[in-house]
Design a protein around this ligand. Structure first.
Ligand SMILES: NC(=O)c1ccc[n+]([C@@H]2O[C@H](COP(=O)([O-])OP(=O)(O)OC[C@H]3O[C@@H](n4cnc5c(N)ncnc54)[C@H](OP(=O)(O)O)[C@@H]3O)[C@@H](O)[C@H]2O)c1
Length: 214
């Protein structure tokens, strides 16, 4: 049974944990305050879930999901070497504090994480769906007008693995290309938030504009 590690178990992390357990994965969840603060969520998730430190979640996960953008430099590097790491983050300066490289659009959230985790295989995913919709909008593969989610990444094998995961979770996938194209689904782009099929999302990605060009 494969394990999904979660560094961050708030709104989006807890929802990914729910989907993972429902689809036969083990999960190891963590946050900044310590495993004992996650006992309620562990009880809800059942016997295939446990709470641990971020380092243990990183170590245990075959795929690891990292949440905190502002704290991304606290994500443990060594236990994630060579692993698939999913970045769910968005940049809201009023919440995350100003990050100059994101303000001047010289990089993206996922590329920041990639720079911090040089040998990990970063895939951007889950950033543009409201956390609550993750457990309500999924449908079986082949459903007409199935909802699609965007991924971006530089490693084809990692993207294929995340595409399989999303399919299990109930969603089609649209590949936006390498990590540097991840801005096409960032906050305030057409595809950010609403329910979209794969065809609609492809149009949204093509229509996206950088903040500086609006
Ligand atoms: N909410 C959504 O609908 C949604 C949807 C898609 C994407 N996103 C994006 O996903 C990211 C997280 O959003 P969220 O709404 O899930 O936030 P959230 O509910 O505030 O959860 C953040 C989680 O990260 C943990 N965390 C913070 N610093 C940490 C550290 N240094 N080490 C380990 N864990 C740490 C927090 O733990 P503590 O509580 O213990 O500090 C908490 O479990 C954001 O970038 C957001 O834009 C959110």
């Amino acid at each position: 049974m494969a394990t999904i590690g979660l560094i961050g178990a708030g709104r989006i992390g807890s929802q990914i944990a729910r989907l993972a357990v429902a689809n036969g994965y083990k999960v190891v969840i963590s946050n900044s305050r310590g495993p004992e603060t996650l006992s309620g969520l562990v009880a809800e998730l059942g016997p295939n879930a446990r709470a641990a430190t971020p380092a243990e979640a990183a170590q245990s996960g075959d795929i690891v999901v990292t949440i905190p953008l502002r704290e991304h430099r606290a994500v443990p590097v060594e236990p994630l070497a060579g692993k698939i790491v999913i970045d769910t983050n968005n940049y809201y300066p009023q919440r995350d504090g100003h990050i100059p490289e994101l303000d001047n659009e010289s990089t993206t959230t996922s590329e920041l994480l990639q720079a911090h985790l040089p040998t990990s295989k970063i895939v951007k995913a889950f950033n543009h769906i409201y956390a609550a919709a993750l457990t309500t909008d999924g449908q079986p593969a082949g459903t007409k007008n199935r909802r699609a989610l965007v991924i971006a990444g530089d490693d084809q094998g990692a993207k294929a693995a995340v595409t399989r995961l999303l399919d299990q979770f109930g969603f089609d996938t649209v590949d936006a290309g390498p990590l540097e194209e991840g801005w096409r689904i960032q906050r305030d782009t057409p595809g950010y938030g609403p329910r979209r099929t794969a065809e609609e999302l492809r149009r949204d990605l093509a229509a996206a504009k950088r903040y500086a060009n609006r």
